[in-house]
Write a protein that binds this ligand. Structure first.
Ligand code: SF4
Length: 275
């Protein structure tokens, strides 16, 4: 369930879960990225067609080699696309899942974003869809970790704006008043014995990651910060949870804590779990 704190009434309203941002939509990113790959193939074919007469003039061996290279490139793209679609929709544990995440995060995401912009599709929707695809890849890895190797990274905007406690230095200073999700998240962190930290920006997030050296991160953030974070910390796997912004960006944001619990249940080694 999603709850919204109304300070004027000193009241917390509980809303049905369906109210949250739909994070299950992978199709948008997958369709756009597949079109991007097809366009890449068309562009490279055109380039080859333009330069091949010149290559033939220089050497027929060079022309033959360039054609072979083009065919291998196409084969990689086709096999890669099939593998990515298979992982995304089945979350099947294919050995290449990790490589596929890297290729998508580092190479295909910017191209897909550019295509989306040309088609008039908002960056926000593409990023949200990309986070869903990333999470499918992460699920496909089917890895388990000790709780000490996990890190939950939260944005500062989850804290109620009227709360004057400095939880950025130590989240355990939270007095658990219940006016924001931090109280609930502290309880989850205690129960699962997982480190949790708040980052006020990219620099602090990097420092937290360097200091803690996690093997897996569960990150809560808006679409923009999540995608930037995913790209920056790769190859550390990150499970992304989009925050909810009932009052607009960066103020009194919320998170579906159940998603974090579900991720921890799936990630922590069975013998480590203590309820
Ligand atoms: S739950 Fe914690 S962080 Fe949130 S408003 Fe209350 S004391 Fe502040």
């Amino acid at each position: 369930m999603l709850s919204v704190w109304v300070p004027e009434l000193d009241l917390r309203i509980v809303l049905p879960m369906d109210f949250r941002i739909n994070t299950k939509e992978k199709n948008l990113f997958l369709i756009l990225s597949t079109i991007s790959l097809i366009l890449m193939m068309v562009v490279t074919t055109l380039l080859w067609w333009l330069i091949s007469p010149r290559l033939h003039e220089i050497s027929s061996v060079l022309a033959g080699l360039s054609l072979t290279a083009l065919r291998v490139f196409f084969l990689i793209l086709l096999v890669g696309t099939v593998v990515v679609l298979l992982i995304s929709y089945t979350e099947y544990n294919l050995l290449v899942a990790r490589f596929a995440i890297g290729a998508y995060i580092k190479i295909l995401f910017p191209i897909t974003l550019l295509l989306g912009r040309l088609l008039g599709i908002s960056k926000e929707k593409i990023r949200e869809s990309f986070v869903c695809v990333n999470n499918s890849f992460i699920n496909a890895l089917k890895k388990k970790f000790k709780s000490s190797n996990l890190l939950i990274l939260l944005p500062h905007c989850l804290q109620n704006i009227e709360c004057d406690i400095r939880i950025t230095t130590d989240i355990n200073k939270c007095r658990k008043c219940g006016k924001c999700n931090i109280a609930e998240l502290c309880a989850i962190s205690d129960r699962y014995k997982v480190k949790m930290a708040i980052a006020t920006g990219g620099t602090l997030a990097r420092k937290i990651i360097i200091d803690n050296k996690p093997k897996f991160i569960i990150a809560v953030a808006c679409d923009r910060d999540l995608v930037e974070g995913l790209r920056e910390v790769f190859p550390i796997p990150v499970y992304g949870v989009l925050n909810i912004r009932p009052e607009g960006p960066c103020v009194n944001t919320q998170v579906a804590t159940k998603k974090i619990q579900q991720a921890l249940d799936a990630l922590i080694l069975n013998e480590q779990k203590e309820r």
